[in-house]
Every structure is written in C-alpha cells, then in structure tokens.
Design a protein around this ligand. Structure first.
Ligand code: GRF
Length: 203
C-alpha cells in the first residue's frame, strides 16, 4: 500500500508510522511526505526513511482552492491508497476531502467530540477534566468531525500544565496512529458516510 503523509511540524507521528512500516507492523510504505512549511523537522525524518520529502508552501498560492488543487495533483503522483494527516495545520477544502473520501485519516489531540479545534490540552485542564486523550478519525467536510476509529485516554492530574498533558497524549498518539494505519492497510477499515467500520462492525 502507498501511504502519503501530510505534516507541518515535528512529525513525531510520522516517525511512529515510518517505524511501524519498517518493522513490518504496517503492510505499507510511506511513499511521500508533504509539508506546507519548509522548516518542518518531519521532512528530515522522511528523507532519512527514504520517502520523498516535498514542500508546498501555501503562501505561494492565491487562495486555498488553488493550494488544495496543487496538493491533490502532487499527492496523486504517488497513487496513495491512504492519505494520513499528521499535524498538518491547515483546513482542507471540501473538494480535497471529497477526493480522498474513505482513505483520509487524521489524529486529533482530544477525546472527540470534545475539544475540536486548537489548544485542546489547555481547554481540558481549564474545564477540570480528569481524563483527556487523542482520537484517530476519518476526515469529513466537518473540521475534526469525522467518524472516530480509535481513541486513547490519559489521566489529567491536579497541577498538570498543558505541556505535561501534551506529552502524555503524544505517547498515546504514537501507539494508536500506527495501529489504525495497520488496520487500514489490512483492508479491515471502512468509512460509510459518517460511520467507521472495523471488520464490517460499527465502531
Ligand atoms: C499532534 O498532537 C496531533 O494530534 C496534532 O498535531 C500534533 C502533531 O505532532 N494534530 P507531530 O508533528 O506528529 O509530532
């Protein structure tokens, strides 16, 4: 299976997926990594693993539609079975989402449907939550709103700051994202509009 990963930053989730591929845990190959930021450290991770590392700077485009069109054209050169968003900090057009419907995954650092959008760790602390976590979901036109496939929970302890919680959540992200990609590459995962199925069973 050909996997294309989109990033904007450090790419620690990308690394977890690269490692899972080289270990044979995922029956697939990261063929290309695309970043909208030239300085994203994940690009180095991609090169080191032998994947194509590509920068598509959004500032060079007149609007979001033009950017996403070029993004699609670039991604499709790698004939992806799966497109993985791993810290790609851009909102995607409905055209983009539609184009990859059913083969587009995202990881979000909250227990969805709680805390869609940004600053999730601080918001969980501010709300006094004792539990927080992360979610892998299929992407739909609704931001952070697609059907959830797998979540991991972490405790929030009194006195925790956002960094402490983020670190705890990140560890879990690196466990659940490769697992979901593995399932997808085994043809066990499907999206039916607003529902996700594993082995034909509703999640
Ligand atoms: C993760 O926290 C992910 O949940 C969010 O962006 C962050 C990416 O981290 N969508 P990294 O670049 O994979 O280290």
């Amino acid at each position: 299976k050909s996997i294309v990963v989109l990033i904007s930053g450090s790419g620690s989730n990308l690394q977890a997926i690269l490692d899972a591929c080289s270990a044979g845990f995922i029956d697939g190959k990261v063929t290309a990594v695309l970043s909208n930021k030239a300085k994203a450290f994940g690009l180095e991770r991609a090169k080191k693993a032998g994947a194509k590392a590509i920068v598509l700077d959004h500032k060079a485009y007149v609007d979001r539609a033009a950017y996403d069109q070029d993004l699609i054209a670039t991604i499709d050169q790698y004939q992806p079975d799966l497109v993985v968003l791993a810290g790609f900090m851009r909102i995607l057009t409905p055209e983009f989402v539609q184009h990859y419907q059913g083969r587009l995954l995202n990881i979000h650092p909250s227990l969805l449907p709680k805390y869609q959008g940004l600053n999730t760790h601080q918001r969980a602390i501010d709300a006094g939550d004792s539990e927080h976590g992360c979610s892998v979901h299929f992407v739909t036109a609704e931001l952070d709103g697609g059907p959830v496939i797998l979540q991991a929970k972490v405790p929030v302890f009194p006195g925790d700051d956002a960094n402490a919680v983020a670190e705890r959540v990140h560890e879990q992200e690196h466990r659940i994202y490769p697992l979901v990609v593995r399932w997808f590459c085994q043809n066990r995962l499907q999206q039916q509009s607003d529902k996700a199925l594993l082995d034909g069973l509703l999640l």
